[in-house]
Design a protein around this ligand. Structure first.
Ligand SMILES: Cc1ncc(COP(=O)(O)O)c(C=O)c1O
Length: 389
């Protein structure tokens, strides 16, 4: 019998989100109208200027490996964006690696920073790839659960209590998928104290940094003593609606880069050459694109929240960022998967909460990366379906 890495047994591609997605696709193919609120991708086209540049790159024959860390013009353009948007100042020569999406960046960081048996703390609910990748590598994920009653506020005391002599790091995500929570500067300061006191490294996933509707996004890397112990992960996927281009990046102190580079070399060698050319134009010239898209997302958020607030039985937070809400369905008396199946039958695809952590089988994630018209229809369907329970 061929041997398979047993750490993979706990990861099930057919479950949770993929399950709903596949069922929704089958219903769609059978002619049913399904409103897609299960997926985490903006419904906009990528910026025209980025597409034109990628086309030009292809026409010029820019189709071979690039430098490992990414083409200089892309690294420069990302440095400009990070300075402008987040006041992150880094050296584009020595402190960045362009990866095949944020997912590769997260995996590179986990492999480079930790060893099998190490413990890492992740506030839950969280983006499921953290758990999958950590589990694959034999790391122990210690979840610190947050609740809608507490507005998904980080629980620093519980994080402190979760630290053992095996704890080596943390993953934070702000704005958060799936809750939309933006971590406050005060909480980031507490995280920095926790990390410094316990010599932890932090992976700070800032993929949704541009999707902030209330408050402000701060990067942990900018706090005193944190540049040396923070790996920032980000991406073009959401910022420019370029999920399929697979362009992400890592920003880290230059002492980490050679090690992160070794993993990146094995995983992808370099991000796709012509996609890098297009992304350089997006990061350099397409701020208006992001601004307009985010403005539309804020209108959608407000529309969805207004609708959900009128539905009895859903306890919903008020997300400040990203493009999801994560209501509790505890009062409905159904588990997440049964509720998602029911909603799918009624024509709305949403994601079960347990995809985002084991404690969330009484939550669901609703993405508002769909048109306002779809949001209005989905709210009507939710209202009718829940009123019949
Ligand atoms: C929090 C978070 N991080 C990272 C990613 C992955 O992004 P990418 O498409 O750049 O791999 C996602 C995608 O949904 C996400 O929600």
């Amino acid at each position: 019998m061929t041997k398979i890495n047993r750490n993979l047994f706990a990861i099930d591609l057919e479950s949770g989100l993929y399950d709903i997605f596949q069922k929704a696709t089958r219903l769609h193919q059978a002619g049913r109208k399904i409103i897609h609120m299960e997926i985490g991708k903006p419904d906009f086209d990528s910026p025209q200027a980025a597409k034109e540049e990628a086309r030009k790159a292809l026409a010029e024959g820019f189709v071979h490996y690039t430098t490992l860390n990414g083409i200089p013009e892309l690294r420069q353009a990302i440095a400009q964006k990070e300075k402008r948007a987040n006041n992150i100042i880094f050296d584009p020569e020595t402190e960045i690696i362009v990866t095949a999406g944020a997912c590769e960046a997260i995996t590179c960081a986990l492999i480079a920073l930790f060893e099998p048996g190490d413990e890492i703390i992740i506030p839950s609910p969280y983006f499921q790839i953290y758990w999958d990748a950590a589990n694959m590598l034999g790391l122990k994920v210690v979840e610190v659960p947050l609740t809608v009653e507490n507005d998904f506020e980080l629980d620093i005391d519980s994080m402190r209590q979760a630290i053992t002599n095996k704890t080596r790091g943390l993953i934070i995500n702000t704005p958060c998928n799936p809750t939309g929570k933006v971590i406050s500067l005060d909480s980031l300061k507490e995280i920095s104290r926790l990390a410094i006191d316990n010599e932890l490294v932090v992976i700070s996933d800032e993929t949704y940094d541009q999707f902030v509707f209330a408050g402000k996004h701060y990067s942990l890397r900018n706090l005193p003593g944190m540049k040396e112990r923070t790996v920032v992960v980000n991406s073009a996927s959401k910022t420019f609606s370029m999920t399929g281009w697979r362009i992400g990046y890592l920003i880290a102190d230059k002492k980490f880069i050679p090690y992160l580079g070794k993993i990146h070399q094995s995983l992808s060698t370099c991000a796709t050459s012509f996609a890098q050319r297009g992304a350089a134009v997006a990061f350099r010239d397409c701020h208006d694109f992001t601004y307009n898209m985010v403005r539309e997302f804020k209108l959608r958020r407000d529309l969805l929240l207004e609708g959900l607030s009128k539905i009895e039985g859903l306890d919903c937070n008020r997300p400040q960022g990203a493009f999801y809400v994560f209501p509790s369905i505890k009062k409905l008396g159904l588990d997440d998967k049964s509720f998602c199946d029911l909603m799918l039958d009624a024509g709305v695809a949403i994601a079960p909460g347990s995809v985002f952590g084991k404690d969330y089988s009484d939550y669901v994630r609703i993405s508002y990366a769909c048109s306002r018209q779809d949001i209005k229809e989905a709210v009507n369907i939710l209202t009718t379906t829940i009123s019949r329970l």
